[in-house]
Design a protein around this ligand. Sequence first.
Ligand code: AMP
Length: 582
Amino acid sequence: MPHSSPLIATLVAGLGLAFVLGAVAHRIRVSPLAGYLLAGVAIGPLTPGYVADQSMANELAEIGIILLMFGVGLHFSLNDLLQVRSIAVPGALGQMVVATVLGTGLGEAVGWSIGASFLFGLALSVASTVVLLRAMQDRRLLETERGHIAVGWLVVEDLAMVLALVLAPPIARLLNASFEDGASGAPIAFAPFASAIGYTLLKIAAFVALMLLVGQRAIPSMLHWVAHTGSRELFRLAVLATALCVAYGAAMLFGVSFALGAFFAGMVLSESKLSQRAAQETLPLRDAFAVLFFVSVGMLFNPRVLVEHPFEVLATVLLITVGQAGTAFIIVRLFRYPTSIALTIAVSVAQIGEFSFILASLGVELGLLPTAARDLILAGAIISILLNPVLFAALDRLEPWLARREAATDARAGQTPAAPDPIPPPTTLAGHAVIVGYGRVGSVVGERLRRANQPIFVIEDRRDVVDRLHSEQVEAITGNGADPAILAVANIAGAQRVYVAIPETFEAGQIVQQARAANPSIEILARASSDAAIEHLSRLGADLVVMGEREVANSMLRGVNAPEPPHPRSVGTDALATATPP
Ligand code: AMP
């Protein structure tokens, strides 16, 4: 039966089993990723029982990668990318070089040829897009500075990998050849080599230019047109078709990876107002297909390698986790970012995934890589993917301690040049308003207060926003408002009011709680997105909690020019209410 419909059988088996095992994993408080991977192992060819179609599963997983990168592109503007280039480019390349060298050393130690060892090292050097994005999304880090750095890092790695896939086979052959027959043949081989690099770079440049020159106009105006038809279904279809067509076209015409093509498709859309809606439309599909990615990884896994080559597996895992993370950490620190950001990036790249498999399969196909190396790469991938959530959880635990430590070192050293954002001494403002989050809501509140000449202090996660405020002579600090060290700088004890204008309820709750503890008489106004959030925030000490959706309704009922409410706490209500789009 499965022979007649391998696609359906693979989808059903993959998603069905992933759901069951993912739910079990969730139940026993393990990351659901473990469940998805195990589901893959169970339906893979190396375990008894039903065997799903491997190549089909890989293609389905590829769709997941396309949708994921499209979503990332939607949240990412060219500006964001350029802003992090000074760290992302040297960081990603440096880390890849170190990992490749270490991996080559390991391969040599195992006794493979130099070419095979090099391919092995290269495969271990590139982190998985899916794993990294999942981790960032789960922690709502994508919109933060460290999220931007991580995504920029990923884009650079992706670009490097596109080159690597083209160049790895000739390099590996070159290495093997020059070691076998002495260095004599090497210079001749460099000519096709250089032209391959040139040609690949040219194709990437042509694709990027086409996207920025034509895509940036054509795609948004097409979507605008579709949006005006008023058909939700057509709009969804347009978004999905754009993502898939651009990704596919990029791969077929320009030799760019699917992931990179989709990323650019999303990015050209990101400037348009429709992007938020477009992102929403792709969410459910994206999540479903991302699950298939993990299933397909599991399917490739050969559990025997754990028993037959335990030490090699251990060395590979150590190289991926400790080696990669260590290198990334050192590079980010060298660029004078705070330890907490360096650790986030380090943990983000301490895993490998899809590109490593592609490279490994390519190597085996070309006869350059022994199958044992591929099994090791897969084992390393699975174990590092499983370890990743554990590392992130450890980092979450470490975060408050780190923040305190960073604050302490900075205070001791005064203006330490080591961190670009040393935590400054508490503000001298008093009777001021503290605004946490300066996005759509906080900025409206802030502008209104500034116009009324009221002193404000802003806490915002995004450095660019804070830089802009500084240039406008507004006191502001980059950081997470839920962090006690950051809150301390805002002099909550001397403030009159605090506006908690961030969307995340849990973090907002922590801020409300700490503000209340620091100043029992301070007026706390908070933003919520549900009835449960209102209750949560009120219980923790907020005086007024405004639910955006309800204010939208109120504004609609009142008309756009809402009368000023006479309530004593009306500053907050009014400002927050007008923040919602009419
Ligand atoms: P918006 O939803 O447009 O009002 O944007 C919310 C803003 O709050 C964004 O600019 C975020 O960077 C910022 N933000 C979110 N969480 C925090 C946090 N915990 N601390 C400081 N700023 C935050």
